[in-house]
Design a protein around this ligand. Sequence first.
Ligand SMILES: Nc1nc2c(ncn2[C@@H]2O[C@H](COP(=O)(O)OP(=O)(O)OP(=O)(O)O)[C@@H](O)[C@H]2O)c(=O)[nH]1
Ligand SMILES: [Mg+2]
Length: 299
Amino acid sequence: MEEKFKSGFVGLIGRTNVGKSTFINSVLRQKVVIITDKCQTTRNRINCIYNSLNSQIIFVDCPGFFKPKDLLGKKLNKVVGDVIKDSDVLLAMVDVAGGIGSGDFYVLEQIKNIKKPKILLLNKIDKIGEKKLDSERKKIAHLDQFEKIISISAKTGKNLDICIEETKNLLPEGPKYFNDDIISDQPIEKLVSDIVREKLALNLMQELPHSIGVKVKKYQEGETKSGEDIINISCDIYTEKKSQKAIVIGKSGRMLKKVGMEARKELENLFECKIYLGLWVKIAQNWTKNEALLKELGY
Ligand SMILES: Nc1nc2c(ncn2[C@@H]2O[C@H](COP(=O)(O)OP(=O)(O)OP(=O)(O)O)[C@@H](O)[C@H]2O)c(=O)[nH]1
Ligand SMILES: [Mg+2]
């Protein structure tokens, strides 16, 4: 008998930094979403599409769930709430190397009464041994809301094939929502601004905890004088204070130059052409608490 086509939206839910975006990039075998070792890296919901012969899994990357401190935090949690509502299957993720803690139980509590099939992923097992994994498993042994509990490493790819198989089993019959050549529904400008934000975060988030926003002001495809393809991009970087602007620019502009170079290299690899990237640092007081500015930045 012919197998029916299965498809659906699969929300990835978990605390910040547990490895949700890393999981998606590993499953799709390319960088579709940004990753850092800092909190609040993912700020939007992003559909990432995994196709196989008789199924289409739409993994939905979303921000980490946490106790919100400002309007940005509240908005991020609302994104997660909407993803939970709209998903067919939920993948909850915890970091067993860091240790399952109260932040994780808070997240699991939020989805406890949601009547949808759920899988629990125990991530980062590459960092720990059997003994620690056993003790982490004991912490969640009393939970009965999950169809499956799978130990994985998003980084090395361990057991991701099992995740895909088990997720597929839980999907309903459905249509192909996206064409085969689409890997993500994220607008290109968003990916560009996220890559700039990723490089900023990796270079200076110690000094600037999550108060940076990036917006693409210009994105123009063209040709150089010698006929090569080039994309001309300029971005505004929003900081909250004069002192933060100075940190982003750095001594003699060194920090901004470094961030610009790293972002440009990555964009050139991604788009396989030359990139001109202009970065401009602005001060927008309290943008993380300002509705109009948050909107302007796409939140
Ligand atoms: N060793 C190891 N590190 C991992 C693994 N998965 C993710 N990481 C690291 O954990 C950090 C956070 O990863 P992200 O994928 O950005 O985490 P996230 O859950 O998407 O975080 P938010 O977007 O802030 O919610 C990064 O430094 C990753 O390299 C893993 O399986 N093993
Ligand atoms: Mg993320």
